[in-house]
Write a protein of this length. Structure first.
Length: 159
């Protein structure tokens, strides 16, 4: 089913691991803050809803999506952090800048995952326009921040 007909934030929540003692870090881009703020709130609320203690959630903001990789790396390097969630929004413009940023962020987040051998979740919207971003930041397609937090929780129960 295409995403045009599905709320992407609908997922099974049975058999999730106990995260009451886990520490999460959320790094969020300030760029497109209307969108990223909604992503952040979705991630934060989902973590708390499923048992994370608010005191065990570290929140940091970076200027833009390009800086998410370094922010995630700094947070992942803290041995007390069990999972990192990186949230951002890049909207297609008139130049190839969009392609460079999206590729760099995806590669950077992947590299941090492998370097620290812990979940570092890619919660970055890469959309054609603002409406698509709004639809994925609490609109008709759910909230990618919620999905990113859910993914972090599921991965902590993997091993």
């Amino acid at each position: 089913m295409s995403t045009a007909h599905k709320n992407l934030s609908d997922h099974k929540t049975d058999q999730l691991p106990d995260i009451s003692t886990k520490k999460f870090a959320i790094v969020t881009s300030e760029w497109n803050e209307e969108i990223t703020g909604a992503l952040y709130q979705g991630a934060f609320d989902t973590l708390v809803k499923h048992g994370a203690k608010e005191a065990n959630i570290v929140s940091k903001w970076v200027p833009g999506s390009f800086e998410l990789s370094l922010g995630a790396q700094w947070l992942a390097s803290d041995s007390s952090v069990d999972a990192v969630i990186a949230l951002g929004c890049v909207i297609q413009g008139e130049t190839p800048h969009f392609d460079y940023i999206c590729q760099a962020v995806a590669q950077g987040i992947k590299d941090v995952n492998l370097k620290y051998n812990k979940p570092v979740i890619f919660g970055v919207l890469t959309t054609d326009n603002l409406e698509q971003a709004q639809d994925r930041a609490g609109g008709k397609h759910g909230n990618k921040g919620d999905e990113a937090a859910y993914t972090a929780i599921k991965l902590l129960g993997f091993w």
